[in-house]
Design a binder for this molecule. Structure first.
Ligand SMILES: [Zn+2]
Ligand SMILES: [Zn+2]
Length: 78
């Protein structure tokens, strides 16, 4: 699957990929900082549900963020 045309590097989410989840062993991810290597495209959202695409494996999925504080995980500075 190609990267979605809606994918924008300015809109990223620091959530683990549901498919490849290659974050293990990365010190930046472990620290909880916004890792430069491990992040997902934020394609959009429907209420608390956000749609993500992994730039590494192009997996697309969505997750309900209502259980957490999405503002801590999502960058929307674009
Ligand atoms: Zn992935
Ligand atoms: Zn990382």
């Amino acid at each position: 699957m190609p990267i979605d045309p809606c994918a924008d590097v300015a809109r990223r989410a620091w959530l683990p990929c549901a498919n490849c989840a290659k974050d293990s062993g990365c010190s930046s991810c472990f620290d909880g900082s916004n890792c430069a290597s491990h992040w997902q495209y934020l394609l959009g959202n429907d209420g608390p549900r956000v749609f993500l695409q992994c730039p590494q494996c192009s997996n697309v999925w969505n997750v309900n963020t209502r259980v957490g504080a999405v503002s801590d995980l999502v960058s929307d500075r674009g």
